[in-house]
Design a protein around this ligand. Structure first.
Ligand code: IVH
Length: 671
């Protein structure tokens, strides 16, 4: 198709041939890299490149700015120059599920009617700003902190997808993503393994490591690619939509992603997301989500940006199934039964939208079976628990500096000897009053019959204890200090953390009997707590009560009185009460409290009840503050009727008193 021209030293001929070869090779590059459709063989390409190189070396003045040799790499810089972005390079907010996508669309709809979106693949690389003056690439920069980045022009010039000159001699800035294909990444790591140099963890790290090289030969050897997806100043070119911007940039010679799709509504948008969630592995490069951009640029103006993100776009992040990170230590925790659990301390890593720093290792055998050493690279997954699990070791990434795992023999909290379960698998602290068992007290404190903190169940308390967020009762009320950390945890978005913190705030207003029961004073059950609260009204009165005085209360015997006195003579417990007071927890009896939900009401029972004996139901109603009487009068609040009711039922009807069937009793007594 093409032939080598035999030329003399006629300067016009030389200039013409250089131009011809430059264009021919650039076209071949575009066909190969942009359209994935090679039009000349590799041998031909090399032959023309050699011819051009010889001519350029002989006549350097005739070398074109967009010569493919301008990319080869050779430029070495001393340090990265700082670059101030003319417009900040913003990042994107994230959404993680369908309902968050719908919420995003709803927020947009408040400002823009019938919004259309451009869905783009979220390329897992590093963002780059490319600046062209009069059609020539003059500067490439990293995002940096969004305001100031680093000049990486020398390296970016080696990226084949980045045009050195564009089709129009205009000034323009475009932004996109530099990335490494899966194939180039595999090949690079294969060679690095042979050379016994540290492997890159993923293509993104490899790409980032390549553009941050002072010597551009390194980047040139790394086979990087680039998709362009953003035009920061569309108004300069009369562009009105993201779709137009992408087409405009593609026409100028930039590589845009072929899968960019304009969708008409949120259901098409969700289909795009679902489709690529399934197909992501088929792509030759890694993506970590889908970027959703409002198509109308007028809408961009209306919605504006926060300091960090545009409000007109968001990124749907795929749930990462598993990630690899470094195990920096193994720490042991003691559960509420005294059971010892080894936990992986990890180099922070993003997994399914949250930063993971800990993972469970279950027990000693689990660690031994994995053959885990400290310093290993490990694979971790989220398995529906708050704390993820380590599931594998990357033995091939060992350096020889890893340390063997050693099982402990004494409790990490109280130092007591550990005992092994009969199965030989689990280890327990032998000290029945090991402080770590406080966890049991925390679970009781938050439980339904006690403070009733919605969302702070057994499992979460155990996890928060192991993560160090809640070690003592006051820590529960200080949990808001860890708000940011909590949001990062699996299953704890902004909303659920707010809900949890709200329920913690709410229970501060509980009546005294709930706090008394929650403290876990020996022999003080729910009923006794109520009696004490009703009688003494404030915790201070109770603290000051003498043992004998306590026994004066009906149903409070010597054993309970002694235990209460003992509890309040312990300075640790008094300190706890003071902390609770300081934290704003109510310590007074509130009449009409939840426990008293039936206070002032009078009920009559009649007929045979299926689920309760008369005595049982009477007790339940009385515990809730109601009176249970035997005859129906005008003052009766309701008559609870079972099977074959007697005359009391007739009387209730006659007096117009509420009749409550047994199936509705549950509703009445639930709180
Ligand atoms: S748009 C204001 N589009 O994702 C526009 N970003 O998590 C901001 N990314 O910093 C960027 N593919 O590095 C955009 N099609 C795409 C993208 C994309 C990958 C990266 C980019 C950005 C990060 C945000």
């Amino acid at each position: 198709m093409y032939s080598i021209m035999i030329i003399g030293d006629n300067m016009d001929d030389v200039a013409k041939r250089i131009e011809e070869l430059t264009e021919l090779l650039n076209k071949a590059n575009i066909d190969y890299y942009k359209y994935d459709n090679p039009t000349i063989t590799d041998q031909e390409y090399d032959k023309y490149l050699r011819e051009l190189t010889v001519l350029e070396e002989k006549y350097p003045d005739l070398k074109k700015d967009n010569s493919p040799n301008a990319r080869v790499g050779g430029a070495v810089i001393d340090e990265f120059k700082k670059v101030v972005h003319e417009k900040p390079m913003l990042s994107l907010s994230n959404v993680f599920n369908e309902s968050e996508i719908i919420q995003f669309d709803e927020r947009i709809r408040k400002e823009v009617s019938n919004p259309k979106y451009v869905c783009e693949l979220k390329i897992d690389g590093l963002s780059v700003s490319l600046l062209y003056q009069e059609g020539k690439l003059v500067r490439a920069a990293t995002r940096g902190d969004g305001v100031v980045g680093e000049d990486i022009t020398h390296n970016v010039k080696t990226v084949k997808d980045v045009p050195l000159t564009i089709k129009k001699t205009i000034d323009i800035e475009v932004r996109g993503e530099i990335y490494m294909s899966k194939a180039s990444f595999e090949e690079l790591n294969r060679i690095r393994k042979e050379d016994k140099v540290t492997l890159f963890a993923n293509p993104r790290n490899a790409a980032a490591g390549s553009v941050r090289q002072l010597d551009s030969k390194v980047a040139a050897s790394r086979k990087l690619s680039c998709f362009i997806y953003h035009l920061p100043n569309p108004e300069d070119y009369g562009i009105k939509t993201q779709e137009e911007a992408l087409n405009f940039m593609s026409d100028l010679g930039f590589v845009t992603n072929p899968n960019n799709t304009l969708v008409n509504d949120v259901s098409e948008l969700i289909s795009f997301v679902e489709n690529w969630t399934k197909k992501r592995d088929e792509l030759p490069y890694e993506i970590d989500g889908v970027v959703i951009k409002l198509n109308s640029l007028e809408g961009w103006e209306k919605l504006g940006n926060t300091v960090k993100y545009p409000r007109w776009a968001t990124a749907y992040k795929f749930p990462a199934k598993e990630v690899i990170t470094k195990l920096t230590d193994i720490k042991f925790t003691v559960g509420r039964t005294g059971q010892i659990t080894p936990n992986a301390v990890l180099e922070p890593v993003l997994l399914a939208g949250s930063t993971v720093t800990r993972a469970t290792l279950h027990n000693e055998n689990y660690v031994r079976d994995l053959g885990l050493k400290i310093g290993d690279y490990v694979t971790i997954i989220k398995a529906g628990d708050v704390i993820p699990a380590v599931i594998g070791v990357k033995e091939e990434r060992r350096t020889g500096k890893e340390k063997d795992f050693e099982m402990i023999t004494n409790c990490p909290v109280c130092g007591s000897k550990l005992v092994t379960s009969e199965s030989g698998i689990d280890h327990y602290c032998s000290n029945k009053s090991c402080p770590a068992r406080d966890i049991e007290g925390l679970i009781h404190f938050a439980s339904r019959d006690a403070m009733d903190i919605e969302g702070l169940g057994e499992r979460i308390i155990e996890d928060f204890y192991n993560l160090g967020f809640i070690k003592t009762i006051p820590d529960i009320f200080n949990l808001k200090r860890h708000r940011e950390d909590l949001i990062e945890l699996e299953g704890f978005g902004d909303k659920s953390v707010n809900n949890l913190l709200d329920s913690i705030e709410k229970v501060k207003g509980n009546s005294l009997e709930k706090v008394l029961f929650a403290l876990g004073i020996r022999h003080v059950g729910k009923k006794t707590a109520k009696l004490l609260a009703k009688y003494y009204k404030t915790i201070d009165n109770l603290i000051n009560a003498g043992e004998e005085e306590l026994t004066n209360i009906n149903d409070v015997g010597e054993i309970i009185a002694k235990s209460v006195k003992e509890y309040f003579s312990n300075p640790d417990n008094l300190r706890l009460i003071k902390s609770l007071k300081d934290l704003g927890v109510n310590l007074n009896y509130l009449s009409g409290s939840t426990d008293d939900k039936l206070a002032g009401r009078t009920y009559v029972l009649t007929g045979t009840l299926e689920n309760y004996t008369r005595d049982e139901l009477t007790k339940i109603l009385e515990d809730l503050g109601a009176k249970v009487t035997s005859s129906v009068t005008k003052k009766t609040t309701g008559v609870i009727v079972g099977d074959k009711p007697g005359s009391k039922y007739d009387k209730a009807i006659k007096l117009g008193i509420e009749v409550i069937k047994e199936e509705n009793v549950e509703k009445l007594i639930k709180w």
